[in-house]
Design a protein around this ligand. Structure first.
Ligand SMILES: Cc1cc2nc3c(=O)[nH]c(=O)nc-3n(C[C@H](O)[C@H](O)[C@H](O)COP(=O)(O)OP(=O)(O)OC[C@H]3O[C@@H](n4cnc5c(N)ncnc54)[C@H](O)[C@@H]3O)c2cc1C
Length: 390
């Protein structure tokens, strides 16, 4: 895969090399053992943190490395292209943007340098709820003013990494839906210190999933949080969360590109060496063509990821490009995963080859953090001007 990485290099060669070297310390055996136990890759996350990669997007004045979106995307891509999985820690890269853009000077000073130093983990992002699902404005978790703080009640689902995070960025309703002027008003963002909250109204229950993802459901039962945990203005939380979505889409798309590169590299290598009927299976065009098609699909998606990242860096509107990057990259990684299983034949199903594990892992991106249908609906309505469907 070196060839395609070189071809598409956007001036991030040194970062890519450094990430690759780090990932070399975490080979397939490491991930397989964790996968069996559904255990968290604590050593891998610690190594990334120590190397400063998770603080890539935190500006230098707040103790981070102040790198560009392209550099951050390159980090996530290389993690995945190396066969590792950034889902254990990617949220920190994009959730901290909400704090950076909308937090007060005190909040930024209190949290960002400690996050950049790796002393605090901001890995949990509590938006999705069991009843509202994709319809975020229908969420029910409430935060009611009480004294100089708030009391939170409700439930979140799919709050990934909550057991491995100190802080949670939480979206909750502060004004009942029927009392708001605009339907997007009335939700607020809180930075909840889970070290304080656990056992005092916050309960976390792990959910076992088809891949190793450390995801959970979280229950709030009269949890008191101080007023200082409110980020920005009360009632404006939905906008704050939306403003961070483009970064999230671009970074996840980069992970998908990395996955696709990994599958294509594995399939190409195997097709050259596996001999059946006295010749390499890769000599058959029936085997070559799906690999070549997956490569072309990945490269096209990669261009859109670069386009979205460039627009983001230029502070230009990149909603359409970030969404298309996520859509195309998730499709490319899933197509490459399917092709790779087919190329490996029976061995694609054997745990020791890592294909089946990566196949399960990359399937997620058709659904989360936003599902393919919702991206198509965004493009139809906001880019093509088709009638609003919901
Ligand atoms: C492993 C995992 C980790 C996650 N991590 C987090 C996290 O850390 N924090 C967090 O807040 N959330 C997280 N999520 C939640 C994720 O963002 C949601 O699962 C995703 O947005 C889809 O929402 P839903 O599951 O409620 O599906 P639903 O909203 O119930 O939708 C079900 C299906 O119907 C489709 N659908 C719904 N409405 C429409 C429509 N109007 N038109 C066309 N199709 C439609 C959807 O595309 C989807 O395919 C995670 C999910 C998973 C599985």
């Amino acid at each position: 895969m070196d060839a395609s990485t070189r071809d598409s290099d956007t001036g991030t060669a040194q970062i890519r090399d450094a990430v690759r070297v780090l990932c070399g310390r975490f080979p397939g055996e490491y991930w397989r053992a964790l996968d069996r136990e559904r255990a968290y890759p604590a050593e891998f996350v610690a190594a990334l943190t120590e190397a400063g990669f998770l603080a890539a997007l935190i500006p230098e004045e707040h103790g981070g490395s102040g790198l560009s979106m392209s550099a951050a995307a390159a980090i996530m891509e290389e993690i995945h292209a190396s066969g590792c999985n950034g889902a254990a820690c990617h949220a920190q890269m994009y959730t901290m943007g909400t704090l950076l853009r909308h937090g007060s000077a005190e909040q930024k000073m209190q949290w960002l340098p400690a996050i950049a130093r790796g002393e605090l983990r901001l890995q949990a992002f509590g938006v999705t709820e069991p009843t509202s699902g994709t319809d975020t404005l229908a969420l029910r978790t409430s935060a009611v003013r009480s004294g100089n703080g708030y009391v939170i009640n409700g439930q979140k689902i799919w709050t990934s990494r909550a057991e491995h995070s100190d802080l949670m960025l939480l979206l909750a309703r502060t004004t009942p839906r029927e009392e708001v002027k605009k339907r997007t008003d009335g939700l607020s963002v809180f930075l909840v210190d889970m070290r304080e909250a656990k056992g005092k109204g916050l309960t976390i229950q792990p959910i076992r999933t088809m891949m190793n993802h450390a995801t959970t459901e979280v229950f709030f039962d009269d949890l008191r949080v101080p007023g200082s945990s409110l980020i920005g203005e009360e009632g404006q939380g939905f906008r704050y969360i939306l403003s961070g979505m483009n970064a999230e889409r671009i970074l996840i798309a980069a992970e998908c590109i990395g996955d696709a590169k990994w599958f294509i590299a594995r399939a190409s290598a195997y097709a050259k060496e596996r001999a059946v009927f006295g010749r390499p299976i890769g000599q058959n065009q029936g085997v070559q063509f799906p690999i070549a098609r997956a490569y072309a699909q990945m490269r096209a998606a990669e261009l859109m990821v670069h386009e979205a990242a460039s627009l983001y860096e230029a502070a230009r509107d990149c909603g359409a490009e970030a969404n298309m990057a996520k859509l195309l990259a998730a499709d490319a990684s899933w197509a490459a995963a399917d092709m790779c299983v087919q190329t490996f034949g029976g061995f694609g199903f054997a745990e020791e080859y890592d294909i089946e594990r990566k196949f399960r892992e990359t399937r997620l991106y058709q659904v989360a953090p936003i599902s393919t249908n919702l991206i198509l609906s965004y493009l139809a309505e906001h880019v093509l001007g088709l009638p609003r469907s919901y």
